[in-house]
Structures are given as C-alpha cells and as structure tokens.
Design a binder for this molecule. Structure first.
Ligand code: NAP
Length: 369
C-alpha cells in the first residue's frame, strides 16, 4: 500500500468498521460490513450492509458512482467481498466491472462459500489485494457470525452476579438480589447485545425472571432477545412472568422426552415455543442447533449454577461476565456447579471496571481472540 501512509489506511478501515456497525440488528444472519471508496487518497463514497437481502456494503458504496471515480480507485472493506450468488450477485464481479485497482479488507470471510476465494477472484482479475488490517476488531464486530461459521454454534456469553465469596444466591431455590442499580442497567445493555437469552429451570422457578429490557426509552437500543429455558420436564409454570410475557417477547422451552404432553400443549397454548429432544435431558449440542434454527447466533446465559457448569464443562463458553457485589454470604449456591471441578485458570481477565459498589470483570479463554 504505497499511495497513502499506513495511518490513513487504518483510519479508513476504522471508518469502514464504524459503517458496518450501523447494520447491527438488521444485517443478521449476514455479517455487518462497511466499505469506503478512495480515489487518489480522498474518500469519495461509503456504504454498509443495512439488512439481509438488501445490497452488500460494496454495492451500496459503488451505487451511483461515475466510472471515472471508481476506475483505478481503492476499496476498503471490513470483510472480504463475496464471490458467490446468494440473494444478491457476487461483489467481486461488481468490483472487477467497476475497474477498482486495489481492495483492502480487514479479514477473510469465514463463510465456506467465500473463505479466501473472493480475494483470489479479484487477484485473478488483476486487482491488488491486502488482508489483515484491523482484523481483530473486525472479528470482534462480527463475533457471532464468526462463531457460527467456524464452529457451527452461537457465541456464548455467561453472566452472573456473585458475593465476594462466590455465591450467586443465599440458598438453593431462592432469589438473592446482589448487584446494584448500575450493574443491573449494564446487564440490560448486555441482554440487548445478544439475540438470545438462556436460563435453566432452577433459575426460572427460584427467581421468576422476565428477562426483558424493561427500561426507560432511549437508555437501551435493540430488539428484546428471544428467551430460552432448559426444562427437561416442562415444569415452567404457566403463571410465571416468562410465560405471561410470551406474547410480547419470544420464549422457547427446551424439553426432554419425559415432558408430559399435556404440559407441552399447555405451554404452547400460551404462545410458548416448545422443542422436545428424544433423550430425557436436552443435550447442549442440540440446544446450540435449536438456537441457530431460531436465528440466534449469540446467547447470553444467565444461570444458574448447574447451567453455568454444564456450558463450561462442554467447552462452549466464549466470554464470562462476573459482577461481584461487596457482601459475604458465607453459604449458599456457588457460581458454578461442575462435577469435574472448575477450570477458570484457563481464562484470562479482559475488561475490569467498577460500577457503583460492584466490580465487573470480563473473562475470555486464554489464546482466544
Ligand atoms: N446471582 C445470579 O446472577 C444468578 C443468576 C441465575 C440464577 N441464580 C440463582 O441460581 C439458583 C438456580 O441455580 P440451579 O443450579 O439450581 O439451577 P439452574 O442452573 O438454573 O437450572 C438447572 C436445571 O436446568 C435443567 N436442565 C435441563 N437441561 C440441562 C442441561 N443440559 N444442563 C444443565 N441443566 C439442564 C435441569 O432441570 P431438569 O432436569 O428439571 O430439566 C437442571 O436441574 C437460584 O437460586 C437462582 O436465584 C443466580
């Protein structure tokens, strides 16, 4: 990249990533993508992928741009251009037609239908290509999409509030309010950032949560997430807040073969989606597949201890948010129940901050992006 200094390319890629972010909430199940067209080092056009089925970022960026501006120009895109026929034509063909001289991408598209073939097609057409600029940021932006493409499952975030001695409730089956107002607001933001939320039936029975985004308008943006409950025997009460709100916010109960048919029908009659697995307990790989089938490529798992343990033991967790409140319980429900013991030494601390009197720590597996 000789025409402009490195700092310019980085700044333009940051702009492409910011444009991509504008597609949050609309682009899924497609990735969020932004594109910037540069002619002689000057920005002449921008675009982003607004929603699935609408124009890709490259198409939006080049729309209405006269040939003399696109010919010989540089295109900076946050993700490798596609080279296959989906709901729209291949972006690589458009780029070649428009005579773009150079394409700079943050990262290769993990979709097996693309996976480097987009850049290869451009090179075959005589376009200079560069990949890897702000790749980490680009992967982070589309982490749900990358998880789904690379591992065939949703991105999984675990979140719990605990006392200083690592208890999430004072006694089994009871709700204990631990975190302060600021942490609770932040929890709602975290919910809004995930298409799906999941709890175990132990939590649903003990806490009777609604798992909504109940906030004054303007404080939270985004669609209320789809709620999932792991409930082998369909014990979720019809009068629970989860079931009573099923008309306004989607709810799916994941059961096992011992769930009585009458309970399943009663839940369905309340507008609850029910999926039943052939074994007595819903296995987590099936739960992952159910989530993807519902279009949920990111799940926030909010308890309780057994569900945390099951996800950790299965190696399905990408991030853990732990909110620690300044109190000691001495006894009660541990944050994780895992028969094989906890392995949190395999995790590294990322973000750490104070919210009122609470501390909020975010953990990622060592070696992960
Ligand atoms: N402080 C916090 O942030 C926080 C958050 C959430 C919960 N909590 C507390 O945690 C406590 C509840 O925790 P808990 O451990 O008793 O219950 P839980 O983890 O919420 O639910 C566990 C139950 O889920 C069902 N389940 C179905 N499929 C499963 C699977 N594949 N893996 C694991 N579980 C599956 C099982 O019941 P079936 O066999 O009947 O299906 C299992 O007993 C409550 O006291 C609640 O207040 C605290």
């Amino acid at each position: 990249m000789s025409v402009a200094p490195i700092s310019l390319w980085t700044a333009v890629m940051r702009r492409a990533l910011a444009l991509a972010e504008l597609g949050r909430g609309g682009a899924a199940p497609n990735p969020m993508v932004g594109a910037v067209l540069l002619k002689d080092g000057q920005v002449v056009a921008e675009g982003f992928h607004r929603r699935a089925g609408s124009g890709h970022a490259e198409v939006e960026c080049l729309r209405g741009i006269p040939a003399h501006l696109s010919r010989g120009a540089d295109l900076v895109v946050s993700l490798e251009p596609c080279c296959h026929h989906g709901r729209t034509g291949p972006c690589t063909e458009l780029i070649l037609e428009r005579g773009i001289a150079r394409v700079v991408v943050a990262t290769v598209d993990p979709n097996p239908l693309v996976a480097g073939q987009g850049l290869a097609a451009l090179r075959r057409g005589g376009v200079e290509t560069h990949s890897g600029l702000l790749a980490r940021e680009a992967r982070e932006l589309n982490r749900n999409f990358f998880r789904r493409m690379e591992r065939g499952r949703p991105w999984i975030t675990l979140k719990w509030a605990q006392s200083l001695d690592g208890r999430i409730a004072a006694m089994a089956g009871a709700r204990t309010l631990l975190s302060g107002a600021q942490s609770r607001l932040e929890t709602l933001r975290l919910r809004a950032a995930h298409p799906g939320l999941l709890v175990g039936i132990g939590t649903a029975l003990a806490d009777d949560p609604r798992l909504g985004l109940d906030l004054p308008k303007g404080q939270i943006q985004g669609r209320a997430p789809h709620r999932l409950v792991l409930d082998s025997r369909a014990r979720l009460p019809l009068e629970s807040r989860l079931v009573r709100s099923a008309g306004e916010q989607a709810l799916t109960v994941l059961c096992g073969s011992h769930a009585p048919a009458s309970r399943v029908r009663a839940l369905q009659a309340c507008g609850v989606g029910v999926a039943v697995h052939a074994s007595s307990h819903p296995p987590l790989d099936w739960v992952m597949a159910q989530a993807l089938a519902l279009g949920l490529d990111g799940l926030l798992v909010e308890g309780g201890a057994k569900v945390h343990g099951a996800f950790l033991e299965a190696g399905l967790v990408d991030e853990i948010h732990i909110v620690t409140a300044p109190l000691l319980l001495g006894r009660g429900v541990p944050c994780v129940e895992m028969p094989g013991g906890t392995l949190l030494s395999e995790w590294r601390l990322g973000l750490s901050r104070r919210l009122g009197a609470d501390s909020w720590h975010v953990w990622r597996p060592k070696g992960d992006c």
